[in-house]
Design a protein around this ligand. Structure first.
Ligand code: NAG
Ligand code: NAG
Ligand code: NAG
Ligand code: NAG
Ligand code: NAG
Ligand code: NAG
Length: 410
């Protein structure tokens, strides 16, 4: 291999994952504790029309058309329950322009104190002189013992001329004629993105500090997913995993030989180990399990495999399924997630899966049709653009070994 030097490639795969949206949300499953943002709303995202001068999402008077925004009160995405802001109350602010706001976690005696992950509906904006693009932000988690941890995240632009999507989209937005070549309406698809960030769950969380104002990110809703504690869900098995989400995709597994006969639909199962970060390794999954979906409408052809999942961590497992005979593509199927032991590295541990039943998925991949609604469900395949970090001083080492050396210190 060529001795490339000074290559530091960015994690495009992560950006791609932010663009995917095809999801059958289930009314039954929605987890998490929404935080009350009402004291922090400081701008109006939803506009009633061209003459609505109160709406000013980005500081340049641009805004979303309210008639395309969901009315709520709640919105479920990736298995997470979000409280929607008052989009439809025309004289109330409905978005938080980030400016290092400190959002306290409820701390009365009934409240849950330990959390696994932070989830938000949010989007990147940019200054009047800037142009459409992603933003990177940093969250600061402050714990009741006075310690802090920071975590970075990336959030998609609220609109872009490139194909872009989000859990909530509108077909246009109101524009600023001065900045937008005389247009008062811009017909680029406009959206609200989803952000997910892990929280170290061993310590009680006191507050979350949003990013600096200079990062240009607007938040609509924030939900925290509780970890296993006395106040939250409790541990009932040696190893206790829980299903956060089961999501249908338009991706195929198999068919590598070019024939479509052995291609099966990919469904993604998101599993959490909600045990404390510092819990003993007996609470980690260290054995090999198959992940299958059981349903009247679909059958599992290629089980997912999970070999390891430590506490305070998450894994997304792809499972290959096929519609049963007579089940039409596009049917909503109710599925149950089942873990089955392959007998490897068991160590006699009792493994339990919570929230495994009654997930709705779209069975089968409907024929593609000419139009946005269909094309928008397309996702980058598993082999999509990705990269690894690489770097070496010129002439001294091969850059390709950077990642190996990084993880294998001698
Ligand atoms: C906006 O206001 C202008 C001037 O008052 C009026 O002529 C126009 O009809 C209004 N447009 C809409 C969409 O309400
Ligand atoms: C539109 O942009 C111009 C130039 O930045 C700015 O002066 C004006 O205030 C903006 N309009 C609104 C309604 O914010
Ligand atoms: C609970 O939170 C409030 C507001 O953040 C804070 O003033 C108070 O000291 C907290 N109480 C406890 C017991 O941590
Ligand atoms: C999309 O945005 C670009 C850049 O502002 C603009 O030139 C173009 O007209 C917009 N497209 C549509 C369909 O409105
Ligand atoms: C884990 O960390 C928390 C917070 O620092 C501490 O209270 C708890 O005792 C620790 N648990 C174990 C098993 O070490
Ligand atoms: C796990 O999946 C593999 C591959 O389909 C299969 O051969 C094996 O029998 C499965 N084992 C269990 C315990 O389900």
């Amino acid at each position: 291999m060529a001795p490339y030097s000074m290559q530091t490639l960015i994690l495009f795969a992560y950006l791609i994952s932010l663009v995917s949206v095809y999801s059958a949300s289930s009314a039954v499953h929605s987890a998490g504790t929404p935080l009350d943002l009402s004291a922090f709303f400081n701008a109006k995202a939803a506009s009633t029309g061209l003459n609505d001068s109160f709406a000013d999402f980005d500081g340049s008077g641009r805004a979303y058309p309210v008639e395309y925004l969901p009315a709520g009160p709640s919105f479920v995405y990736e298995g997470i329950n979000f409280a929607l802001p008052p989009f439809h109350e025309t004289s109330k602010f409905d978005t938080v322009r980030t400016d290092s706001q400190v959002i306290s976690v409820p701390n009365d005696s009934e409240s849950i104190t330990h959390f696994q992950s932070f989830h938000a509906l949010a989007t990147a904006i940019w200054p009047a002189s800037g142009s459409s693009g992603y933003q990177q932000g940093t969250l600061t988690f402050t714990f009741t013992d006075g310690t802090h941890e920071t975590a970075g995240f990336v959030v998609g632009p609220w609109w872009s001329t490139n194909p872009f999507d989000g859990p909530i989209t509108t077909p246009f937005h109101y524009a600023n004629a001065t900045l937008d070549s005389g247009h008062t309406t811009d017909y680029n698809v406009t959206s609200i993105s989803y952000v997910s960030v892990r929280i170290p769950n061993a310590k009680a969380l006191q507050s979350v500090t949003l990013p600096l104002d200079s990062t240009y990110i607007n938040f609509f809703s924030v939900t925290l997913l509780p970890a296993l504690t006395s106040a939250g869900p409790s541990q009932t098995a040696d190893v206790q995993l829980s299903v956060q989400n089961v999501r249908s995709t338009t991706k195929w597994i198999g068919g590598a030989d070019g024939s479509s006969a052995d291609k099966v639909q990919q469904i993604e199962v998101t599993l959490n180990n909600l045990a404390p970060l510092n819990a003993s390794s007996s609470s980690w999954l260290t054995a090999t399990y198959n992940v299958s979906l059981v349903s009247d409408d679909i059958e599992t052809v290629v089980p997912g495999i999970v070999k390891r999942l430590r506490s305070n961590d998450q894994v997304v497992v792809p499972v290959g399924v096929r519609n049963r005979v007579g089940v039409k593509s596009g049917t909503t199927a109710k599925v149950q997630v089942v873990l089955s032991s392959t007998g490897e590295n068991q160590a006699g541990r009792d493994v339990k899966l919570e929230d495994a039943n009654d997930w709705d998925v779209v069975a089968g991949i409907p024929e593609w049709t000419n139009g946005d609604a269909s094309l928008r469900t397309h996702e980058a395949p598993e082999w999509g653009v990705y990269s690894v970090p690489a770097w070496a001083p010129t002439g001294q080492q091969y850059a390709e070994w950077y990642n190996w050396d990084f993880h294998n210190r001698e």
